[in-house]
Write a protein that binds this ligand. Structure first.
Ligand SMILES: NC(=O)c1ccc[n+]([C@@H]2O[C@H](COP(=O)([O-])OP(=O)(O)OC[C@H]3O[C@@H](n4cnc5c(N)ncnc54)[C@H](OP(=O)(O)O)[C@@H]3O)[C@@H](O)[C@H]2O)c1
Length: 261
């Protein structure tokens, strides 16, 4: 992490990161653990143990974000060890694409369970611990896919749009308590989640780069952390043009995607 002035806000804090075993969450963990007390959560105990071997100061608590009991036990452990939380980065997530020719409501449910309800379950157990911080901060991982109706992303982007909208209202309710809130909208990041994508991923970036952008946004207490701007502004512009033209563009993306699959 570069030592800019605002980065001093990201030091000496107790930070809980979910989805820390790989990709963006792992990169965030590696960068933040240098100056903070980081608790890393994911399902894969072996991957978390490897991370801890690399960074002995890291606290690992395996848990599945779809299982409220496991998250309650994790929060209990954090309370015992640290007494409070300064920052939650609810990053755990998964992506599956829908094939509308074989409509699959179970897939849609999985996306909502892991991405949206996973965030909600984590938030429920983290809030009491965050309320004990002098400067409580909450960050939720959404996606730039919420800015446009991208082909086959119905379930994934709906689960992420739910997070974005939830955070909008939550800001109204928690800011008066002194909370800083951020919702993160990355473009394409080169992780296990995108590895099998068979369509062009413009401006794709490395997890370390994404983590640095997120940490900078958190240090500056930005509500909307979105990057890279070249992609997110294009997607946001797409949303503003008349739907007839917009849907013609996204339908052509859909044809290309199906052609490649
Ligand atoms: N890569 C991108 O282009 C991109 C773009 C926008 C947003 N995002 C979002 O960024 C977040 C991180 O994704 P990534 O790209 O870094 O993918 P990744 O490498 O596949 O990481 C996903 C992380 O989430 C964890 N996870 C998944 N299901 C979980 C569950 N039920 N309980 C607990 N942990 C769970 C995984 O760990 P275990 O398998 O060990 O549980 C892993 O640590 C996701 O929310 C994703 O939607 C990614």
């Amino acid at each position: 992490m570069s030592a800019s002035k605002s980065d001093s806000h990201m030091q000496g804090r107790v930070i809980w990161i979910t989805g820390a075993s790989s990709g963006i969450g792992k990169a965030l963990t590696r960068q933040l653990v240098q100056h903070n007390q980081v608790i890393a959560t994911a399902r894969s105990e072996d991957k978390l143990a490897q991370l801890q071997a690399e960074m002995p100061q890291l606290k690992i608590i395996p848990a599945d974000v779809t299982q409220p009991d496991q998250l309650a036990a994790a929060a209990q452990q954090i309370e015992t060890d640290f007494g409070h939380l300064d920052l939650l980065i609810a990053n755990a997530g998964h992506c599956e694409y829908l094939d509308v020719r074989q409509f699959d409501s179970a897939l849609v449910r999985r996306m909502m369970e892991v991405n949206f309800m996973g965030f909600i379950h984590t938030l429920e157990v983290a809030l009491p611990l965050l309320r004990r911080s002098r400067y409580p901060q909450l960050a939720a991982m959404s996606s730039s896919s919420v800015y446009a109706g991208l082909p086959r992303a119905e379930a994934y982007s709906a689960s992420k749009a739910a997070i974005t909208q939830f955070m909008e209202s939550l800001a109204a309710d928690l800011r008066p308590e002194g909370f800083s809130l951020s919702v993160i909208h990355p473009g394409f990041v080169d992780t296990d989640l995108t590895r099998n994508n068979n369509f062009p991923m413009p401006l794709i970036m490395a997890p370390d780069q994404a983590a640095s952008r997120i940490i900078r946004g958190l240090a500056r207490q930005r509500f909307n952390i979105d990057f890279p701007k070249g992609l997110t502004w294009t997607l946001r512009f797409l949303k503003t043009i008349p739907y007839v033209l917009r849907h013609r563009i996204t339908a052509s993306m859909s044809r290309n995607t199906q052609h490649e699959s």
